[in-house]
Design a protein around this ligand. Structure first.
Ligand SMILES: Cc1ncc(COP(=O)(O)O)c(C=O)c1O
Length: 454
């Protein structure tokens, strides 16, 4: 195929206006701020109901194995709200959800209905998305060093967009998927991110010229540039430098005769309050360096799902620690999930999940404590706990010690918010504990519920 050939890429459906009108037709408030506050409190209420129903149904003294396993509650309305926020702040960037972050089938289904594309890193991820009825043109195989058999699979399945960053990969693509639409992944300064990726992937701008020349010699079709500023990025200037470098590579490629039509700005976005500022910097860099005719896509993962998932874990064991010198009593609590399970986000994603008391049978006022705004978490004088996972390994521990007003015992429950990103996707069955946990779905947004026929 001639290097300049461009396959038409459909503009995925649903604009911000469409999404608002879905909401309005379902009676959601038109004022986005008001709507946001109302939706947040509805979200809390729905999550509370789901948590309570499940934990109240479990009696640790009589239940069957598995009944008291850790479980998630996911608010799909939160994913939907994040999408509205994306459309508002990064209207130019077409999101391709990074499936690796949380391949939850309902999340993927909602994203499909919202018109997102998908970033897949393996055959399994591609298959998962295709099996949901997503058109292969909505998928980018964003893995610069791909398994040969997976490239063959992708080519057969019609997935043409893929990334590369080295010569060997170009020969591989030439052999197995010569019609691919290639994105040259470039290195970034990701030093201010939580999880750095440029130590592993991305060509230096010193090498991009040679790579493009080889691609030209092999008659491959390079259509764009991709970068990733590191997962959990915190420095907006990393986006500016990356966009400038991408422009440099676009110019190199165009000088060699390639018709470059797409820039892929990767992931790295967090869902916290820094998103708006990050998006503003990126948007203005895009407008400075790339004309509107250039299509821009992104590969957000964490941004979409982190806040949507809450996990509840039960206490399976407790060890009392008496300090005779200080005259204090503290406790070691053993939960039924840990770093080999959904708390894999601690070693792999550098997270520090915050435990909160969900159910405490001995609490004199209220046994169900979700979102009770108990004052004094971590206040001196309260009961101190260290919290451990269920496996035999000493590293299986929630970081730091924590203080609660309550005296927690076996059979009580803790919960952790913001557990949607890089948690269950990297859970293992180590020691025979389950790697897969139930998810109870709620939906605080009528627009999302309508799209999912809930
Ligand atoms: C190529 C690629 N794209 C996208 C992502 C998603 O990143 P994030 O969750 O930070 O948005 C990752 C994460 O590792 C990645 O490697």
């Amino acid at each position: 195929m001639a290097p300049s050939a461009i396959s038409p890429i459909p503009d995925y459906k649903l604009s911000l206006q469409d999404l608002k009108s879905v909401d309005q037709s379902l009676g959601a408030a038109q004022n986005p701020c008001l709507h946001h506050g109302v939706a947040q409190s509805l979200s809390k209420q729905l999550i509370a109901n789901a948590l309570k129903a499940r934990v109240d149904a479990v009696d640790p003294d009589t239940c069957d194995p598995g009944d008291d396993d850790a479980f998630f509650v996911a608010d799909l309305g939160e994913v939907y709200r994040q999408h509205l926020r994306w459309k508002k702040n990064l209207a130019r960037v077409k999101p391709h959800y990074a499936v690796k972050c949380n391949p939850d089938p309902r999340v993927i289904h909602l994203m499909k209905e919202l018109g997102l594309g998908f970033d897949c890193a393996s055959m399994n991820e591609i298959e998962t998305v295709l099996n949901m009825g997503v058109d292969p043109s909505r998928i980018i195989y964003a893995q610069p060093c791909k398994t040969k058999a997976y490239v063959r699979y992708a080519a057969r399945a019609g997935v043409k967009q893929m990334t590369f960053d080295n010569q060997d990969e170009l020969y591989k693509v030439k052999q197995l998927s010569p019609d691919a639409e290639l994105y040259l992944r470039i290195m970034t300064d990701d030093s201010a991110s939580l999880c750095q990726l440029s130590n592993k992937f991305g060509a230096s701008t010193n090498d991009t010229g040679d790579l493009l020349e080889l691609a030209r010699k092999l008659s491959l079709n390079v259509v764009g540039v991709a970068f990733h500023v590191g997962s959990g990025a915190s420095d907006p200037s990393a986006f500016i430098k990356a966009v400038q470098d991408a422009r440099f590579v676009f110019d190199q490629a165009e000088a060699l005769g390639f018709t470059m039509h797409t820039l892929d700005v990767g992931g790295g976005f967090t869902g916290d309050a820094s998103f708006e500022a990050m998006a503003a910097v990126l948007s203005s860099a895009l407008d400075d360096y790339f004309p509107p005719s250039i299509r821009v896509i992104g590969e957000p993962g964490r941004y979409y799902v982190a806040t949507a998932f809450t996990i509840a874990c039960s206490i399976i064991g407790r060890r009392t620690v008496n300090d005779a010198t200080l005259g204090t009593t503290s406790y070691m609590l053993y939960m039924n999930d840990g770093v080999y399970g959904n708390f894999s986000c601690i070693p792999f994603d550098h997270q520090k999940p915050t435990p909160r008391v969900l159910k405490c049978a001995s609490d004199p006022v209220n046994t169900f404590l979700y979102d009770s705004h108990v004052s004094g978490y971590d206040t001196p004088g309260m009961t101190e706990y260290s919290i451990w996972g269920p496996t035999c390994d000493g590293i299986d521990k929630i970081p730091d010690t924590h203080c609660f007003q309550q005296v927690i015992n076996v059979g009580d429950w803790l919960y952790f918010e913001d557990m949607g990103a890089y948690t269950k996707c990297s859970a293992t069955p180590f020691n025979g504990f389950p790697a897969a946990h139930d998810t109870v779905y709620v939906c605080s947004e009528p627009g999302a519920a309508a799209l999912l026929d809930l």
